[in-house]
Structure formats: structure tokens, C-alpha cells
Design a protein around this ligand. Structure first.
Ligand SMILES: CC(C)=CCC/C(C)=C/CC/C(C)=C/CC/C(C)=C/CC/C(C)=C/CC/C(C)=C/CC/C(C)=C/COP(=O)(O)OP(=O)(O)O
Ligand SMILES: O=P(O)(O)OC[C@@H](O)CO
Ligand SMILES: [Mg+2]
Length: 234
């Protein structure tokens, strides 16, 4: 197994340091049977709120990784670091720019054996991440599949992340995109607010990421774990 273990993950909860969870709610998330907790968000993520959330999750055995979205919040002590590289923006800072700055800033402190890139394709124009990165979300299935091949086959990125944050995606398009991913692990996230949607996503990708519903309806969020795990691995 590689350093972080993401090739074994079927279900992941993404927790936002900028949002509140009580100890009881966090306990339910960490004990849910999910394969990992990803800490991340596209706005309002600070060093302080990231340390705070990490140290609360650390009381549990579940693997906990940071999805690095801000240089100010590169907190040591996570089990791993996932670094988004946006493949559908014309703004190079969101593909490599912040990354180069980060490498210059943190240098030998970067735990490379626990760090992996995610080739991000952002497909919901209304998502904060789409607005921030000025992502070109006007892509058809062939446009998406070409970016997946670029990520997986040419750049050999270990993860391709099909990101619909805030909205459930087009599962036909996601299925076609995933089929182009070769050896890369395909993550899907966006709008999963029920066991049924979790099941649909689990049928077409390797790893299903569940975010906002944790804060909106925790019981529905928890039900996604079994729905994903009951599905045979893709
Ligand atoms: C020293 C040490 C411990 C280092 C660890 C960190 C590390 C490994 C650094 C290496 C250097 C490096 C490569 C740094 C990269 C820095 C960086 C800022 C890269 C840019 C990442 C990026 C493209 C961000 C854009 C936004 C984005 C795609 C975020 C991903 C997360 C996401 C989409 C969350 C959803 O957000 P949410 O708030 O839920 O959104 P909604 O409102 O839509 O719900
Ligand atoms: O918050 P939701 O819409 O579940 O999306 C999950 C994740 O892909 C966000 O980065
Ligand atoms: Mg969110």
C-alpha cells in the first residue's frame, strides 16, 4: 500500500474547519465506519481552525488527511496531505502556482511520502471552488474524459477528483470519465445527501466523498457509509 492508503478508501467524509460540529456529532462521524476523514474547504480555512479540527479527530483511529487549499493552513501532524491541482482552469496559480510557492516556503518540512496530488476537475459552476479558481465548467463528457486521461495517463497523478461540490453530478458523465482513468484512483464528491445518491456514485467511482450533508442532516450523512460499502468495489 502507498503512504496514505487512499487506494483502499471507498467512503470519505470531508469536514470543513470553517463549520461547527459538536463533540457528539464528530464522534458519530469518526465512528461511522467511513474509511477516512478529509479536512478541507475552499474558504475560511485557517491554521487555527484546522489545528482545532485535526486535534479533535486525532482522538479516533480513523485516518485523517488534510486537503491543502491554503498555504496559511499547512498544519503538520495529519496522516497525509492531498494537494488539488485544478485541470479546468486557465489560471496557472490553481494548477501549479500556489504549489510552487508552497514548495519554496515549506521545503524540507514537506512529508513527501505522505503527500499526493489530486487532479481536480470542477464541474459545478456555483461551487465556491469553481468561482475561486475560475474553473471552466462548461465541459462535455469528451472534454472531461480528455482531462482525466491527461491527469492519469500523461501526468500519472494518483488521484482524479470529479468535483461537483454542492450539487449532485451527472452520473453518466462521471461513469465515462472514470472509465478513462487507467490506474488513477477516481474520487467523486458533490451533492450526496442520501443513501441512494451515495449508492449511485459508488457504482461508478472508486471513492465517494460526502461533505455538506454532515452539517445539514447528520443522520442522512451517516447512512451514506453503509450505502457505499454495500456496493462491490468498482
Ligand atoms: C509543512 C507541511 C506540513 C506541509 C503540508 C502541506 C503540503 C504537503 C504542502 C506542499 C506544498 C504544496 C504543493 C502546497 C499547495 C498549496 C495550495 C494552496 C494549492 C492550491 C490548491 C487549490 C487548487 C485550491 C483551490 C480550491 C480547491 C480546489 C479546494 C479543494 C477543496 C474543496 C473543493 C472543498 C470544497 O469546499 P467547500 O467549502 O465545501 O465548498 P462549497 O462552498 O462549494 O461547499
Ligand atoms: O459537500 P458536498 O457537496 O457533499 O461535496 C463533497 C466534496 O466533494 C466537496 O469538496
Ligand atoms: Mg462543503
Amino acid at each position: 500500500m502507498e503512504g496514505i492508503g487512499f487506494n483502499e478508501w471507498r467512503h470519505v467524509f470531508k469536514l470543513d474547519p470553517d463549520k461547527e460540529l459538536t463533540d457528539e456529532e464528530l464522534d458519530a462521524v469518526c465512528m461511522s465506519g467511513t474509511d477516512a476523514i478529509m479536512v478541507g474547504g475552499s474558504s475560511g480555512v485557517t491554521y487555527e481552525n484546522t489545528v482545532d479540527l485535526m486535534s479533535r479527530i486525532r482522538r479516533y483511529e480513523v485516518p485523517c488527511v488534510l486537503e491543502v487549499s491554503s498555504l496559511d493552513a499547512a498544519v503538520p501532524g495529519f496522516d497525509g496531505y492531498l494537494v488539488p491541482m485544478v485541470l479546468n482552469t486557465d489560471k496557472p496559480e490553481w494548477l501549479i502556482g500556489h504549489h510552487i510557492e508552497g514548495i519554496k516556503e515549506y521545503g524540507s518540512f514537506i512529508p513527501w511520502d505522505k503527500t499526493a496530488a489530486e487532479g481536480y476537475i470542477i464541474l459545478n459552476a456555483d461551487a465556491t471552488a469553481a468561482k475561486l479558481t475560475e474553473a471552466n465548467t462548461n465541459l462535455d463528457a469528451a472534454d472531461v474524459a480528455a482531462r482525466v486521461r491527461l491527469a492519469a495517463r500523461l501526468l500519472k497523478l494518483p488521484i482524479v477528483y470529479l468535483e461537483y461540490s454542492g450539487r449532485f453530478g451527472d452520473m453518466e458523465l462521471v461513469k465515462r470519465a472514470a472509465a478513462a482513468a487507467g490506474g488513477a484512483r477516481v474520487f467523486y464528491g458533490g451533492g450526496i445527501d442520501s443513501a441512494e445518491k451515495a449508492r449511485q456514485a459508488a457504482e461508478v467511482v472508486h471513492t465517494v466523498v460526502v461533505g455538506n450533508i454532515v452539517y445539514a442532516d447528520l443522520q442522512k450523512a451517516l447512512a451514506t457509509v453503509a450505502a457505499v460499502k454495500e456496493n462491490a468495489a468498482v
